[in-house]
Ligand binder design. Structure first.
Ligand code: TYM
Length: 325
């Protein structure tokens, strides 16, 4: 039996953060060989928010560079740019005709983004999840590694697959979300999801100085005012983050010392900063190497695109046949 198809996408924000890394990318790198893995820089999705068209190519390039620096390996997976393949938009249109408006109105990300961008509530923002379904279905993917915030969109994709197969015949498998061990990383405010747009993120290519500065003012345990106050690691975002970078035995020590009022937030943050910076160092070094070879990154995206194009055309042919087009 061949490997199952895995698909996931990421927006070309240009500034990937440790939420993206822990919620998705780190897991992608780990499991890329276990599946027939396809990763996509979703520039069409990024169009739903006001953007500068002159900046978009640079954002795509930077995102692809950091993904490769994190360890996506073009020998073991396919990496490409969404707009390179016409099939994403083609399949999306076909799927919009079987997606009830009511289902899209329920999407929490749509409601949040419509709140945040009141002056630009475009139809693309509304149909965004249908484009996601098309991304996944175009390659008949079964496994979709994402963070928690994308699970509702995945449920909708499954719904669309079921509706399509029921109405037009079995063409698509039902894809399942695959969550990492850190599916929802909070931002430096300790409350909201870490997100570039909320300005509460630590970037993967940030300098050690900048990381230390941001962490210094990061939110910890609100009940703790002095070092000697007993801390509550279970509510502290920095402690949660330690869980992703520090060995379990050390995390247990930190929890004990924090609860006993023996370890202060300043020292705890300093230790976390050291570990985070150490993990990011090789990634940043590889990113610097790749930045010096921009044509290499372009070539990887083009080669990935070529491979995906042939596959996507086969699915569009299946869909057209099934839908009587
Ligand atoms: P995007 O670009 O917002 O995020 C990329 C991945 O990072 C995860 N993520 C997080 N995980 C944990 N904590 C956080 N604070 C955090 N912030 C982001 C996201 O869950 C995601 O897995 N619509 C998608 C991109 C997409 C896609 C797809 C994904 C387009 N088509 C098809 C899967 C399948 C998005 O905007 O992700």
């Amino acid at each position: 039996m061949g490997k199952k198809v895995l698909f996931s996408g990421i927006q070309p924000t240009g500034e990937l953060h440790i939420g993206n890394y822990l919620g998705a990318i780190k897991n992608w790198v780990k499991i890329q060989s276990d599946y027939d893995s396809i990763f996509c820089v979703v520039d069409l999705h990024a169009q739903t928010i006001e953007y500068d068209q002159k900046e978009m190519p640079r954002r795509v390039q930077k995102t692809a560079t950091v993904l490769l620096a994190c360890g996506l390996d073009p020998e073991r997976c396919t990496l490409f740019k969404q707009s390179y393949i016409p099939g994403h938009s083609e399949l999306m249109w076909r799927l919009t005709t079987i997606t009830p408006i009511g289902d899209l109105e329920r999407m929490t990300q749509y409601k949040d983004k419509a709140q945040q961008h009141r002056d630009n509530i475009n139809a693309g923002l509304f149909t965004y999840p249908v484009l996601m379904a098309a991304d996944i279905m175009l390659y008949k993917a079964e496994v979709v590694p994402v963070g928690d915030d994308q699970v509702q969109h995945l449920e909708l994709t499954r719904e669309i697959v079921r509706r399509f197969n029921h109405r037009f015949g079995e063409v698509f498998p039902e894809p399942k979300p695959l969550l990492s061990t850190a599916p929802r990383i909070r931002g430096l405010d300790g409350k909201a999801k870490m997100s570039k747009s909320l300005n509460n993120a630590i970037g993967l290519t940030e300098s050690p100085d900048s990381i230390r500065k941001k962490l210094a003012s990061a939110f910890t345990d609100p009940a703790r005012l002095r070092r000697s106050d007993p801390g509550h690691p279970e509510v502290c975002n920095i402690f949660t983050l330690h869980g992703q970078f520090s060995p379990p035995a050390r995390c247990a020590e930190i929890a004990g010392a924090c609860t006993a009022g023996m370890l202060g937030c300043v020292d705890c943050k300093r230790e976390f900063a050291d570990r985070l910076i150490a993990e990011l160092e090789p990634i940043q070094a590889r990113a610097a190497e790749l930045r010096a070879k921009p044509e290499r990154v372009q070539e990887i995206l083009r080669e990935g695109g070529r491979r995906c194009r042939a596959r996507s055309e086969r699915t569009i042919a299946d869909v057209n046949r099934a839908m009587g087009l």
